[in-house]
Design a binder for this molecule. Sequence first.
Ligand code: NAG
Ligand code: NAG
Ligand code: NAG
Length: 216
Amino acid sequence: MITTFLTLFFPFLALASQYNISSAPFHLVLQCSEDPTLNGKPLAACHTGVTIESLCVPQPGSGRYEPAAVLYHNTSIQVEANVTTPHQYPQLDDAMQWGTRGILTWLMPFQPHPIPSAMTLLPETLVDIAIPIIRMHDLGTMISFDSNDMFVLQNLIDWEAEVPGFAAWKGYVRWWVCVTFVGTGYVRRNLVWGTGLGRPDLESCVKVDVKRVFID
Ligand SMILES: *[C@@H]1O[C@H](CO)[C@@H](O)[C@H](O)[C@H]1NC(C)=O
Ligand SMILES: *[C@@H]1O[C@H](CO)[C@@H](O)[C@H](O)[C@H]1NC(C)=O
Ligand SMILES: *[C@@H]1O[C@H](CO)[C@@H](O)[C@H](O)[C@H]1NC(C)=O
């Protein structure tokens, strides 16, 4: 019950720490018509602090070894089981058309064991973006992949209404690649979530779509 309550009221956060069902491994691949050099590029996990990574576009010739990140979509038996009674909360059924909600996970290389890490959107206060950050954690921002394997976020609140309120679940795609400043000064070309309706304030932003491509 508590989980249901929290899921309904804080639908963007994974709550119980049981996102332990891992998908097959995949890369996140950019689709971009504004900048053809980005089209088809897989995102890498780039160091942006101690055990913190961003999802970046590797820079050829930078001398840095930044291979395509091997990522997973961890889901929860609780989300898949409709949390409690099926159809008691029809909003949860609506969510399915945008794919099962879960967290984006990565295994941070570490000796002797890799560290399970999850992606969280880190909102900026002065510009209209949130930066995906992968950190050592078993919780993160709730994300989904739709039936075309596109990376989407789902929202249950209609913010465009004069009086925002609960509505049907809806999928959103607001991905950009922008040059960003992260942490203590890691300046990279990163995947970014636009928190506004249009093009973000940053001049460097290029519109992208992000597709999950499973690794054979
Ligand atoms: C995953 O978490 C659930 C609790 O939600 C638990 O019942 C199950 O055993 C866990 N599975 C694994 C593989 O750890
Ligand atoms: C994702 O699921 C796998 C398989 O159960 C688990 O080993 C890993 O710790 C999970 N990752 C996170 C960040 O919770
Ligand atoms: C909820 O349950 C229905 C019927 O059991 C199922 O078809 C649907 O996929 C479930 N929704 C979620 C979010 O798991």
